[in-house]
Design a protein around this ligand. Structure first.
Ligand code: NAD
Length: 331
């Protein structure tokens, strides 16, 4: 019998790619979001446009005897969106309602298994003060001290999912994603994350000029390519392990070095100007010991390979956008 899955947040970057992955595996897939994927990147059999923060809308979409739910819907963005404090109430309200409604609907429709996308942003700030030695092993999440309301909501929701597993027997799988990137993600408009923002800045810069990088550039991060993220999600879903478990890369890089890598990929001659901006914690890296222990697998693709793919796509988007402006100005 064909397996049926429902992907919430299907109009987003990871959701759209997850649908394509599930389709390749032979699933019948329903996508759900407030909007369709802006790059047409989903091959869903059925797509429902609803607001999951509305209880009855959320209830209405779970009606097909689904065996698996993937809950990726959230109000999120890069540092410019989640670390300024300007969106805190919307981020927390929207995401917590989506999660409560999803779990209630799963319970009412007896859906056996649900995946929840948590984040590296749940890790305490006090373990991420040294850019060269961040600590992000799963058990280090407590005593809790995330540096954003987005992180606090994710941590609360992890506990919410585990409570439904404990009290209602729904199988739960929780991943803490660390900076997932790749082509066909948000690259402009304020919600883009560091890899996309870096590619856009470099693609837009004229040879011989500079790009602006937030902070002193010494802050560190790791970035995981979308295909490896999806491999880990599917392995987690098929495993007996509930998590939470990190899904990220262990290839940590300082942000200025990341900028230099992007500039090198572009072939341009550009310098870096460090400016004030929201940066989040000083250092962060995925710790994949638990992932390897529980799933017998860890990501291995070099960061540069994924960045070449991503830069190629974003620079074509930048060119396309510039051509549109040119045509509009000429007519
Ligand atoms: P995204 O912003 O591209 O996708 C999220 C989608 O959720 C959007 O399409 C949005 O419209 C939808 N959504 C938000 N509120 C909704 C609502 N009320 N009803 C219906 N749909 C709603 O984000 P993404 O990068 O694909 O991330 C997916 C998930 O993974 C999110 O939960 C995010 O917090 C988590 N995550 C992502 C990363 C990353 O690096 N991309 C890192 C950590 C955690």
């Amino acid at each position: 019998m064909t397996k049926k899955a429902i992907v919430l947040g299907a109009g987003g970057f990871i959701g759209g790619n997850l649908i394509n992955r599930l389709k390749k595996e032979g699933y019948w897939v329903r996508g759900v979001d407030l909007k369709r994927n802006e790059y047409g990147n989903d091959a869903a059999d059925d797509f429902v446009l609803v607001d999951l923060s509305n209880t009855s809308f959320c209830e209405s979409i779970m009606d097909r005897g689904f065996g698996e739910v993937y809950q990726l819907a959230a109000d999120m963005g890069g540092a410019g969106y989640i670390f300024t404090g300007e969106h805190d109430a919307d981020v927390m309200r929207n995401s917590v309602l989506c999660n409560v409604n999803t779990l209630e609907a799963c319970k009412n429709h007896q859906i056996p298994k649900i995946f929840y996308s948590s984040s590296a942003c749940i890790y305490p700030e006090y373990n991420q003060l040294d850019p060269d030695n961040p600590k992000c092993s799963e058990e280090s999440a407590y005593p809790a001290a995330p540096d954003s309301e987005y992180g606090w909501e994710k941590l609360f929701s992890e506990r919410l999912y585990l409570s439904y597993q404990r009290n209602y027997g729904i199988k739960v799988r929780i991943a803490r994603f660390h900076n997932i990137f790749g082509p066909m993600g948000t690259w402009t408009g304020g919600k883009e994350k560091a890899p996309a923002a870096m590619c856009r800045k470099v693609a837009e810069a004229k040879d011989g000029t500079y790009i602006e990088v937030w902070g002193d550039g010494v802050q560190t991060r790791s970035f995981l390519y979308i295909d490896e993220c999806l491999e880990a999600v599917r392995r987690l879903m098929e495993s007996d392990f509930s998590g939470p478990v990190n899904i990220g890369s262990e290839e940590m890089i300082a942000i200025n070095d990341f900028a230099k890598m992007t500039i090198e990929i572009s072939g341009k001659k550009l310098s870096i100007k460090n400016i004030k901006g929201p940066t989040g914690v000083r250092g962060r890296n995925s710790d994949n010991h638990l992932l390897l222990e529980k799933l017998g697998w860890r990501p291995s693709q070099p960061l540069k390979k994924g960045m070449i793919e991503t830069y190629t796509w974003i620079s074509s988007q930048v060119r396309e956008a510039a051509n549109k402006v040119l045509i509009t100005n000429e007519t």
